[in-house]
Design a protein around this ligand. Structure first.
Ligand code: MG
Length: 157
């Protein structure tokens, strides 16, 4: 078994979609980034790559590459699954925390879990997604952006 950790942050910006776990969320702002800025999925991919000692998403999908402009992060997650499998690992489980003052994410969590599990081809009880606030403290508390943490266990095939 191998453990990995991922962390990511994206800032809010006007006239951007808010995409988390591949779900488009109703909000007056979205997250800024070269791809779709799906901070949850980015943290998860970094945790998977970290567990396999395969670097990070910046290495595999450089943000200087036009190919990844506006990229659907769920498609990148499918690729990360393949990369990790090529090294002989499959996902054991993942636990993901999204830190956001707003919007409320609870109504979207089941759809996020479904998208992630569809991309990874795994049962829904292998993926946990939760959301918290930082009690109006710091950059997430001031609604300047959203951060996400992920921990992953990979199992040797
Ligand atoms: Mg990112």
């Amino acid at each position: 078994m191998r453990i990995g950790h991922g962390y990511d942050v994206h800032r809010f910006a006007p006239e951007r979609k808010l995409i988390l776990g591949g779900v488009e969320i109703e909000h007056e702002m979205g997250l800024l980034g070269h791809s779709d800025a799906d901070v949850l999925t980015h943290a998860l991919m970094d945790a998977m790559l970290g567990a396999a000692a395969l670097g990070d998403i910046g290495l595999h999908f450089p943000d200087t590459d036009e190919k990844y402009k506006g990229a659907d992060s769920i498609l990148l997650l499918k690729r990360v699954k393949e990369i990790v499998e090529e090294k002989g690992y499959t996902l054991g489980n993942a636990d993901i925390t999204v830190v956001a003052q707003a919007p409320k994410l609870r109504p979207y969590i089941d759809s996020m879990v479904k998208n992630v599990c569809d991309a990874l081809g795994c049962e829904t009880d292998r993926i946990n997604i939760k959301a918290t606030t930082e009690e109006k403290l710091g950059f997430t508390g001031r609604k300047e952006g959203i951060s996400a943490h992920a921990v992953v266990l990979l199992e040797k095939n």
